[in-house]
Ligand binder design. Structure first.
Ligand SMILES: [Zn+2]
Length: 332
């Protein structure tokens, strides 16, 4: 990679210029498991892939903290090939696996933390995956979810079953989904302890103390469009205040849960964040942030390629074509 890095840097100056026409690539990561996990999706980024991403990115891009990048985007003083790194949800492997890799390259990142699962909680998607991992029966009766009898005798069938359950519970109301997850655990992994996958309070404090940015991501990870505005406000405020207690100041940047504009959040949530003192927010719409972007609906990008050259090409293509990201518009 070192040989072609100067070529990529030159191309990057044209595709992702600095100054008034500056473009900011914001990367999204979630879990960074120590090894490839057969039960996670095929585009997962394990520690080895993450390390190869960071090596290339440190060589070819100018990595800035998200607060600094947004300030410079606003002022028109971004460097060329500007890039920020973000993680959603608050997974413990972000601290144990990703942080040492970031630090090895002198990089900083923003961690959007869902406060309701810190320490010993599990998000619903992980309850599903981990219950199937722990399951020792060859099949599961999921008629109560409308899925009938599901084979779960190996990793492939467990993966397929997890996908089906995720699809059927993802948009359920919160309490109904919690009940479904509890029932699933009792059915698939009776008596088994849930694994510890989320960061501890102290790990959040440590991240902040080591120069990383902590951002809001709600308390219970609701799809905001699926709950009423008062409940959304309560969940966002609770998250903001708990994080403020941990890091000593209110978080200033937010990531919408699930994050798809229009489908997962609306313009009323953009206004809510402004009212609550947030200065910017990121969605999961793919694209590149420019000066004309809505700062409360900044697009991001999730790289997946393992090959360094293809990874840089993916990032440059996104910077070239991703200039009109999807956003939720105000009605009036
Ligand atoms: Zn999330």
């Amino acid at each position: 990679m070192t040989v072609v890095a100067p070529l990529f840097r030159t191309a990057g100056r044209f595709v992702s210029p600095g100054g008034a026409k500056g473009k900011l690539t914001i990367l999204t990561y979630h879990r960074v498991p120590p090894d490839i996990d057969p039960l996670l999706s095929s585009d997962q980024v394990d520690a080895r892939k993450f390390a190869s991403h960071m090596a290339v990115i440190a060589e070819c891009f100018n990595v800035l903290s998200l607060p600094e990048a947004l300030e410079r985007l606003e002022r028109g003083t971004l460097p060329s090939r500007a890039l920020s790194i973000t993680f959603d949800d608050g997974y413990r492997d972000n601290y144990t696996m990703a942080l040492p890799i970031l630090q090895r390259h002198g990089l900083v990142a923003t961690f959007f933390v869902c406060s309701g699962y810190l320490n010993d909680g599990l998000m619903f998607n992980d309850v599903i995956i981990e219950s199937l991992r722990a399951c020792q029966s060859p099949q599961l009766d999921l008629s109560w979810l409308g899925l009938g009898l599901q084979p779960v005798h190996d990793m492939v069938s467990k993966r397929e079953c997890a996908e089906k359950i995720l699809t059927s519970v993802k948009y359920m109301p919160f309490l109904e989904r919690e009940r479904a997850c509890t029932r699933l655990w009792e059915t698939a992994a009776p008596g088994k302890e849930r694994p510890l996958l989320m960061m501890t309070d102290d790990q959040i404090r440590q991240l902040a103390a080591q120069g990383m940015t902590i951002g809001g991501h709600t308390h219970t990870h609701p799809i905001l469009n699926r709950i009423d505005l008062a409940s959304a406000r309560q969940d966002i405020v609770h998250n903001r205040d708990l994080l403020a207690d941990l890091i000593g100041h209110k978080p200033l940047i937010f990531a919408y849960p699930n994050g798809r504009p229009v489908r997962d959040y609306g313009h009323e949530h953009v206004q809510l964040l402004m009212e609550l003192g947030y200065q910017a927010a990121v969605s999961t719409a793919w694209g590149v942030a420019t000066r004309s972007c809505d700062h409360y609906q900044l697009p991001r990008f999730s790289p997946w390629d393992n090959n360094p050259k293809r990874l840089v090409l993916q990032l440059l293509r996104n910077a070239l074509t991703g200039q009109d990201p999807l956003t939720a518009k105000s009605a009036g």
